[in-house]
Design a protein around this ligand. Structure first.
Ligand SMILES: C[S@@+](CC[C@H](N)C(=O)[O-])C[C@H]1O[C@@H](n2cnc3c(N)ncnc32)[C@H](O)[C@@H]1O
Length: 537
């Protein structure tokens, strides 16, 4: 009787699995597994259990656990799916299907080294011959990702060479020379553990959740943004409910209050290989819905896709996401890092040379803007920026002459005139070195306009500084930026020059990172100029 019921349940579960009805299939397998375990226990309790019966039941149980793992992995319930795999492998340590399933789950969780062990073990199973093609495919992909996760040696050259056609390249999660420490800016921050040169990848991480949409203008836009925000919150909650580790990590993020008291998590916690540490049990009490909202408010980032940005495609495109490790980076108006979005990954690299022990910062908003505008933007982020540039500029912007320059801009003063007055002012106020770069960055719009127009360049001639020295000082102060690089590229196009070409490549590395070969970088820089020209015309 029990045998018959088991047979029926097994057929039903298999059918549901084949029909890809994952939830129902999990339920049916769970019933079958429980019956099978009972039956196994009863058979074992017999005075003389039949070894064939035991072996048959073990096989059935192993296969059912393996199939339930497959269904659970399709539902992205990875933790439970892994438990099923481990139970199945306890019964049959070389079970091909289970090893393949476990390898795929571990790969989805970015635990490449462990996934490789599974695929290699599966290769030893004689059953693997029939499925060798897909197994070899996974094995090769996993080897590549394991190498990337270990070395951070990403290369997106081919994708750029194809003008971002097709899917973005497959990337791994990687953590480079950084650690989390208490920050003098606020709460915790990310710090360099060694000297790093511009373009070096600091880390790459995949989003916990991303919600993307094409938004139109007006009221519709506002409604669509609300819907997006709601979907995004649902996605985050969904990820958190399915993975205790994700839940635990989200719980470590700032909700914007009492940042000074927040614990400083060890960077190893963010490595995909690190198992859940058990603290999640007390976690649910802390992570209520309001807290999730505050956490997302403080930590979510707008996606800045390199492909759409460079090609100027889909200007209405909007994506919002949560990239956990990036959440520990504080803002500075003199940032030393940038982010590059490729697919669902964010790659954070140094945008200029960074010293060991220096805090890694990126810009939450446009830092090529004057102090007043930056203060507004920082307020809307819920903090008052207290960086050295803001502190320095507080003093300078209170000068009467500075106010006159700002008023001149409002009244439509010619860009060359603004630049001239600012440069003259800096000479009189004895502003030197980096601080010159700060103020030039604040008035970048005027510099940009002055250098972009032939008429202005002719009119102001030597009374305004040469563009390349301004580009150098702004890049040194605030790191690489597409608009700054563009001025250099325009000059390069007109007058050539090896030094300028090298300088442009260095700025390009600061802007996009070292994740592409020289030729691909040149292609990207050409695309950048073409897009800017289109945007201007
Ligand atoms: C994404 S978190 C950055 C990491 C955060 N410090 C932590 O301990 O988790 C953003 C929050 O950090 C703080 N923050 C970031 N940059 C700041 C700055 N320049 N000045 C003051 N507070 C800043 C603000 O409270 C902001 O809401």
């Amino acid at each position: 009787m029990a045998e018959e019921l088991m047979q029926q349940l097994r057929s039903k579960a298999t059918e549901l699995l084949l029909r890809e009805e994952w939830n129902e299939s999990v339920l049916a397998y769970s019933q079958f597994i429980s019956l099978c375990q009972d039956h196994l226990q009863k058979t074992r309790d017999l005075l003389q259990p039949d070894p064939d019966d035991l072996s048959r039941l073990h096989k059935s149980l192993c296969l059912a656990l393996s199939n339930r793992a497959e269904a659970r992995s399709r539902l992205r319930e990875f933790a439970q799916a892994l438990q099923d795999c481990d139970q199945a492998l306890k019964i049959e340590s070389a079970h091909f299907k289970t090893l393949l399933c476990k390898g795929k789950i571990l790969m989805s969780l970015n635990r490449y080294a462990m996934a490789l062990d599974c695929f290699r073990a599966a290769q030893l199973d004689p059953q693997s011959c029939g499925s060798s093609e897909s197994l070899n495919g996974y094995l090769e992909k996993c080897k590549k990702l394991e190498f990337l996760a270990r070395t951070g040696a990403f290369d997106i050259s081919d994708w750029i060479a194809s003008r971002f056609q097709g899917k973005p390249p497959e990337l791994a999660e990687y953590i480079g020379p950084v650690q989390i420490r208490k920050s003098e800016i606020s709460g915790r921050g990310l710090f360099a553990t060694k000297n790093i040169d511009a373009g070096t990848l600091l880390f790459a991480t995949k989003a916990i959740a991303i919600e993307r949409s094409i938004l139109g203008g007006g009221e519709l836009n506002e409604n669509a943004q609300l819907v997006m925000w709601k979907n995004f919150i649902d996605q985050v909650n969904n990820s958190a409910s399915k993975c205790p580790k994700t839940r635990n990590l989200i719980g470590k993020l700032s909700s914007g209050e009492d940042e000074f008291d927040l614990e400083v998590p060890d960077i190893s916690l963010f490595r995909p290989e690190t198992e859940e540490d058990g603290t999640s049990s007390c976690f649910d009490e802390k992570l209520d819905a309001n807290r999730v909202l505050s956490i997302l408010d403080v930590n979510s980032l707008v996606e800045d896709g390199v492909s759409s940005k460079v090609l100027g495609k889909n200007s209405d495109y909007y994506g919002i996401g949560l990239w956990i490790l990036a959440c520990f980076i504080n803002h500075s108006c003199v940032p030393n890092a940038r982010r590059l979005h490729v697919g669902d990954h964010v790659l954070v690299h140094a945008s200029r040379d960074v010293k060991a022990g220096e805090e890694v910062t990126f810009a939450y908003f446009d830092v090529l803007s004057p102090l007043g505008k930056r203060k507004e933007m920082s307020k809307s982020w819920g903090f008052d920026c207290d960086c050295k540039r803001c502190n320095f500029e507080e003093g300078v912007f209170s000068r009467q002459e500075m106010r006159e320059i700002e008023m001149g801009i409002e009244r439509g003063m010619e860009a060359g005139g603004v630049v001239y007055r600012l440069e003259e002012g800096m000479r009189r106020w004895m502003v030197r070195g980096k601080e010159k770069g700060y103020l030039r960055a604040s008035f970048w719009a005027a510099f940009y306009e002055a250098y972009s127009s032939e008429k202005s360049a002719k009119r102001w001639g030597r009374r305004i500084p040469p563009a390349d020295s301004v580009v150098d000082s702004v890049a040194e102060a605030v790191g690489s930026d597409g608009r700054v690089l563009k001025v250099l590229l325009e000059r390069l196009k007109k007058s050539g020059g090896v030094v300028e070409a090298e300088k442009a490549l260095k700025l390009g590395r600061g802007l996009y990172g070292k994740v592409m070969k020289k030729q691909a970088m040149k292609t990207l820089l050409d695309l950048l100029v073409m897009h800017e020209q289109k945007a201007i015309s």
